[in-house]
Design a protein around this ligand. Structure first.
Ligand code: HAM
Length: 419
């Protein structure tokens, strides 16, 4: 098939049935997040490329291989957002949100773009639901944020959920730990995968993520960051855990948890689902206390997560697709322009009154129009003819003349109320 007749590789059309299911994710997330004081934010689909380079990190796969970057007509380097946290912190700084009561709690439902190898659950354009609480270091922010994602996944029926949790400490403790890890990797360099060896200087932590057998063996005896945190980080992490324990949310501490973005400090976490294949991450996030400074703004702590809508739906129990509702189908019962106009106006009047109503739009015969009304599962059919309007109740088959368009609308409204 010609490329012009296919969506680009790794992208997909959201067809009406899928759109209805996706709306259920949006509705649950909005309800749960707004009840906790989060308010929706929308940032542009593209940002200055530096927003991601400075924060997501030069050594990450995202920045090295996956960004859709373009030079615009004015010679600026712009990038389609591969994630939304850095844009939101940019917006927080740009709009002076530090003047508001802290933390500022924001949620989003946004498309993201990553040039990744496309497969089930991994796309080049995908949508994230996310929540960011910016402006407080309090460990209660971390625990609350994690609980909110757990509640959303539970409400949506995501199966086989596991929560993994760790702390990455502060940049200072991480820098000391990096040296220890680098020394360990260098001591076993000959057994490491080529790409791990290449990244010993830039990003030694990624070695924990490797599938390579030799690397995995070397990593079994590697020093762990969790054993080298500062006292303040240890205390912060202990409080996060205590709050999760008190909330009875189960989790596993995973000292090797690696996130694909460089901006994290202290708490990091990931929810996985057994219902997903290789791409088992449903949602994840953590604290990013250095991100605002990396962008050139005042130091501002932050904490949040994002979850992929497509992965949530893949991992959730099947649910019926919500059916569109049509309470009134307006049929044209004659050949004349006056009937067509009257039918058209009746449907518009019904919709203004709050009645889901459709009018014949394809020139069908009266029989064809009844078939169409049945397909739409219309509760009532109004037949607008030269001699007036008849209204048929499709539930009991009764049909009678109705004096005016307003009387049709009143009857349909009454019918809706009664059922
Ligand atoms: P992330 O782990 O890169 O984190 O992505 C979050 C979620 O987005 C993943 O768990 C997954 O469900 C979904 N996702 C990622 N890549 C793809 C893809 N190619 N196709 C389909 N779904 C995908 C972040 O993006 C951070 N901004 C999260 C965060 C918010 N951290 C702090 N605040």
């Amino acid at each position: 098939m010609s490329d012009a007749l296919q969506a680009p590789r790794g992208t997909f059309d959201v067809l009406p049935e899928q759109s209805a299911l996706r709306l259920t994710v949006e509705v649950s997330a909005r309800k749960i997040l707004e009840a906790a004081g989060y308010r929706r934010i929308e940032t542009p689909a593209f940002e200055d490329t530096d927003v991601f380079r400075r924060t997501v990190g030069e050594s990450t796969d995202i920045v090295q291989k996956e960004m859709y970057t373009l030079i615009d007509g004015g010679g600026r380097s712009l990038t389609l957002r591969p994630e939304v946290t850095a844009p939101i912190v940019r917006a927080y700084a740009e709009h002076g949100m530090h003047k508001l009561a802290q933390p500022v709690k924001l949620w989003y439902l946004s498309s993201c773009f990553r040039y990744e190898r496309a497969q089930a659950g991994r796309y080049r354009q995908f949508w994230q639901i996310g929540a960011e609480a910016i402006g407080s270091e309090d460990p209660a922010v971390d625990a609350e944020s994690i609980l909110l994602l757990a509640a959303i996944l539970e409400e949506l029926g995501v199966r086989g959920v596991r929560l993994r949790l760790a702390s990455l400490g502060t940049p200072a403790s991480r820098a000391r730990y990096r040296e220890l890890l680098q020394a360990h990797l260098r001591a076993h360099e000959d057994r490491l995968a080529h790409d791990v060896r290449e990244r010993i200087d830039l990003n030694p932590l990624r070695a924990f993520d490797s599938d390579h057998a030799g690397t995995r063996e070397v990593m079994q005896t590697a020093p762990l960051l969790l054993d080298h945190l500062d006292a303040a980080d240890v205390e912060h992490f202990a409080t996060v855990r205590a709050l999760l324990d008190a909330s009875e949310l189960g989790y596993e501490i995973d000292p090797t948890l690696v996130r694909g973005l460089d901006y994290y400090t202290r708490t990091v976490f990931e929810f996985t689902s057994e219902a997903l294949g290789a791409q088992s991450g449903v949602g994840g996030g953590g604290r990013y206390d250095g991100l605002a400074e990396q962008l050139g703004a005042h130091a501002t702590p932050g904490m949040g997560w994002a979850a992929g809508i497509e992965r949530i739906l893949l991992a959730a129990e099947e649910r019926p697709v919500p059916e569109p509702v049509c309470d009134l189908f307006v049929a044209v019962g004659g050949d004349g322009a006056p009937e067509r106009t009257a039918a058209f106006l009746l449907a518009a009047q019904a919709r203004r009154a709050g009645v889901p109503a459709q009018v014949e739009l394809a020139g069908r015969s009266l029989k064809g129009q009844f078939k169409q009304a049945a397909r739409l599962r219309a509760r009532y059919v109004a037949i607008v003819g030269a001699d007036g309007i008849e209204l048929k109740d499709m539930e009991n088959g009764e049909q009678s003349a109705v004096p005016s368009p307003s009387a049709v609308v009143a009857t349909v409204l009454r019918g809706r109320f009664e059922t």
